[in-house]
Design a binder for this molecule. Structure first.
Ligand SMILES: [Zn+2]
Length: 83
């Protein structure tokens, strides 16, 4: 079971923005202009630090970008072997 920290209440402004508390940004090493991943889960919104992953297998290792999607070395080799 995930351990939940104390809730932090933030207001959404007229453009739909919220401010992430400095303590959380520092703890997770989230820097200015870094990408954040928003996941809608039932009635919750989960924010995660964005980590690029392979579009086919989800691996975060040995990635190259092709047509704006990441592909790992293993999947790239598997695709190559089809031809
Ligand atoms: Zn892959």
């Amino acid at each position: 079971m995930r351990k939940e920290k104390e809730a932090s209440i933030r207001a959404i402004d007229e453009l739909g923005r919220i401010v992430l508390p400095t303590e959380i940004r520092q703890k997770l090493d989230i820097r200015t202009n870094e990408k954040i991943c928003l996941i809608e889960r039932d009635d919750e919104i989960v924010l995660k630090k964005y980590k690029p992953s392979c579009a086919f297998c989800g691996s975060e290792e040995s990635l190259v970008m092709y047509n704006k999607k990441y592909v790992c070395k293993d999947c790239s080799q598997s695709i190559n072997s089809l031809f």
